[in-house]
Design a protein around this ligand. Sequence first.
Ligand code: SF4
Length: 578
Amino acid sequence: MKLAFFYPPVGNLCQPYLSTPTLVAHLKHNGVMDVKQYDFNIEVLDELLNADRLQRAYRWCYHFLNSFDQRRSVSDLDLVQAQLALASLPSAQKTVAEIEGAKRVFRTFEFHDQRKYADALQTILSSYQLLSSRYFPTVIENQSFRMRYRLDSSKEVLAAVEDEVENCFVEILSKKLDEAFEVDGVPDIAGVSIGYYEQLVPGLTLARLIKERSPRTHVTVGGTMMSALVGKAFPPEFFQFFDSLLFFEAEEPLLKLVGAIEAGRDLDNIPNLVLLRNGEIVYTRLASSQIEADSIPTPDFSGLPFSKYLSPEPILPVAASRGCYWRQCSFCTRQHLLDTFRQRSPDRIVSDLKRLMQVHGARMFFFVDECVSPPVLEAVAQRILAERLEIRWSCYVRFEKKLGDPDFCRSLARSGLRMLYFGLESACNRVVGLMKKGTNKDRMARVLNATASAGILNMILYFVGFPTETREEALETMEFLLNHRDGVTFALPGQFMLEEHSPIFESLADFGITEISPLGPSSDLGIIYRYKTNCGMSAEEAAQVRDYIEAKTRELHALKFLNRSHLLLWEPSKVPKM
Ligand code: SF4
């Protein structure tokens, strides 16, 4: 039985994603050896960001503008596209001439020349601008892709997947699939991993193209994004593109799925699947994953196109745990997606790092965990130091008391811990209490001072407009960040979104929410809701305050990088600023 896993556009250009390497490792560990994986995110974007394709986009825009005056009718969309094309054309030939050199800068040690890095980044951004002018109303940006279709409506998603004109991925995905099938053969089972909202249309397009080429292939789609949609009444039409939808942790159901298909058995007893039965959508039984964290094999990145990632050396994602050990934040949906917390032992974590150093020569690691606890940080750092592993690593953490200890932070930094991500969310004690973050402003200040003085880069995530938050309280967060600017490497405000399956969604009145409604009509795939509150800022006011804070804190988001993971590669003093 031949298996193939695909990771669709649009994602990080600088490193692989962890989903398919985790599944490939698990299957091989369980004796399913004929498994291939394809990172079509990097493959497709590499082909879009290509001199020939950009030249074609330039010519298309040029002819579009030249023939504009002769048009009998001009729509509003045509006018916007003309403005975009006009803005792109002056620099288009320079972009075409420089794109291959720009990719080379990112892929070689020219990367460390700050001027070259900044120029290469500008070329990539100009390329996206030119492509967006060509494919408008489809817009492609760095790690972002949107069409005119709404993603919260299955009808619109279906239309986007089948739109051969505005869906700019159809042609390249088709070509990449044909090449893959010719070289490696047509798989019996194909999996498409959809991690983000932006990947929903490209991922389902990929599933459609696989199914069109090989109707006999069982196509299954899964990933974090699909898991977020669990419980939705998917339209039967989706099942033209795939045969099953697999949600939550995939390893165990996937292995059972392979066994059942191989033996010709029914799939209805396999947990966590959505199937089409006699024209009806059927959910099989729900089950929590029973996999022990230490029994998960080291991820297998074999076959991925390492020479194409825009990074001079491999940056690899790894995981120290499954789920979140805190599990209390009132706005968070992670508890729903991963209902148990399982910690991998420090010995296993460090043996993963050593194995990946050996196989891929990797020295840069990014832990994808929701947050790593201080005891695990300490144990991993001690082992890295004891084994003299020359690596750099980064991870998400909470504002735990222990991280306010300068000696502790210095020992973490000595082990190569280079960058920490904090979900600060708010620096107002009342708001952060309501969020159940389990922290406070004083502790945040102590932690930021201790980590920064140890030479660790601090990436801060926060948002404006938590229900009941007032304008003054949001500005308190802004003041806090500006007052602690020496401890903050990067911080860009977001805005609160009311998500289905979050604790707050289950007790709206406790958060002053008086009314909720879907974002749009026929929003059958919607997981984000509009809301009204009886106190604090409205969503509209929160958007204005967020913009105000963004403008006032420009110095805190003035770093210029293609992806945050690039920060692992620079010395802290050499991180380029705008
Ligand atoms: S926001 Fe982060 S720390 Fe809080 S519950 Fe969610 S994953 Fe855990």
